[in-house]
Design a binder for this molecule. Structure first.
Ligand code: FMN
Length: 355
């Protein structure tokens, strides 16, 4: 393999290829995470949609499927964040991923235990703050990326972050192949992180009715909406988005309250813990009260589509890449293909001199 593909994150995370599968709620489950890690990249378990007390069991499932490095992605301001970080440490998980509201205390605790800290940021100023808080690697996700996303395109965010921080930067938002990997390296990144591409693989647990929506999507169908939870999210547009767009404030509030109760059942959190988490989110994300109330919609509506297989009533977080993907390879085939494409691209850019 060309040395240029062996970047600092390969050493830090003890992986063969500089490729990360990101945490995706209801999608990045043990089988997907292990398949990615077994193929030489690194998978992250999405813990934000698992009851905190069950995260350790899911970690053990991954360990039964792979001996390779993997990570756990969670929300540091959600109820049970301490339970999850304790499980990460106890189980010797290689890396922890997080994004909004990073907690200095939790980061210190994870780092003291040797866990590699890998936050995701959507703006250069957040990457600078993440480095100051102790990040070992920073994933920066440009506006093309799936789920909650910012306004800065990947092509501007990646070089900006590379110039602003000294820890390795990993590029995310819009990647799907080996040419993209080489382009990220050319910007100075140390690898790429992909969500939607791994959602569309053979090991993805997403039911086929929902996967069909991703396969059928055109780039123009993958839009940003704030209707789901009050914050900009990139999604494959569907009936739910259209319905929310045309419903009254009262209907939306009742909808959010119903999802709030379901979220409380999922996390096992007390009302006090949920309110504390809501206030912290309101403060950190500068949300209005209505936005904060709507925030509980996202996990439950994603579950409807991603676990329930109902792409009409659930929502479909997605990067723009869904518009160009038309296959569901195994993770091993996908990663081998990306590495081969990267090698071909490097060869094309700098052909070996004739013998
Ligand atoms: C279906 C789906 C679910 C996601 N869920 C989460 C999540 O639970 N937590 C999180 O931090 N990011 C989540 N994201 C964002 C991804 O982790 C990742 O940053 C993004 O998908 C990268 O862009 P890409 O889809 O263009 O590869 C999700 C993205 C998708 C597509």
């Amino acid at each position: 393999m060309p040395p240029v593909l062996q970047t600092k994150i390969c050493d830090l995370l003890d992986i063969r290829y500089p490729i990360i599968q990101t945490g995706m709620g209801w999608v990045a489950k043990p089988e997907l995470v292990a398949a990615v890690s077994n193929a030489g990249a690194i998978g992250f378990l999405a813990a934000a949609t698992i009851p905190p007390k069950e995260v350790e069991t899911e970690i053990k499932k991954i360990k039964a499927l792979t001996s390779k490095s993997f990570g756990v992605n969670f929300l540091m301001d959600a109820p049970g964040a301490d339970v999850i970080s304790d499980a990460i440490i106890r189980q010797g998980v290689k890396a922890a991923g997080y994004n909004r509201a990073p907690s200095a205390a939790l980061i210190d605790k994870l780092k003291s235990a040797g866990v590699v800290c890998v936050p995701t940021c959507g703006a250069v100023k957040h990457a600078v703050k993440a480095e100051a808080l102790g990040a070992d690697i920073i994933v920066v996700q440009g506006g093309e990326g799936g789920g909650h996303t910012g306004p800065v395109p990947t092509s501007l965010l990646v070089p900006g972050a590379v110039d602003a921080v000294s820890v390795p930067v990993v590029a995310a938002g819009g990647y799907f192949d080996g040419r993209g990997l080489v382009s990220a390296l050319a910007y100075g990144a140390a690898g790429i992180a992909l969500g939607t591409r791994f959602l569309m693989t053979a090991e993805s647990p997403v039911p086929s009715a929902t996967q069909q929506r991703y396969l059928a999507a055109e780039v123009a169908d993958v839009l940003i909406t704030s209707e789901i939870d009050g914050m900009p999210q990139r999604v494959v547009s569907n009936e739910l988005v259209h319905r929310l767009e045309s419903s009254s404030i009262l209907t939306r509030l009742v909808f959010a309250l119903r999802n709030g109760l379901a979220y409380r059942r999922l996390t096992g959190a007390s009302l006090g813990e949920l309110l504390q988490s809501a206030f912290s989110m309101q403060r950190n994300e500068r949300l209005t009260r209505a936005q904060t109330l709507m925030a509980v919609n996202a996990p439950m509506l994603a579950q409807t589509a991603m676990e329930g297989g109902d792409p009409v009533h659930g929502y479909l977080p997605s990067g723009t890449v869904a518009g160009v993907l038309s296959d569901r390879p195994t993770c091993a085939d996908l990663i081998a293909r990306m590495v081969a494409e990267a090698e071909e691209t490097l060869e094309r850019l700098a052909p070996s001199p004739p013998a």
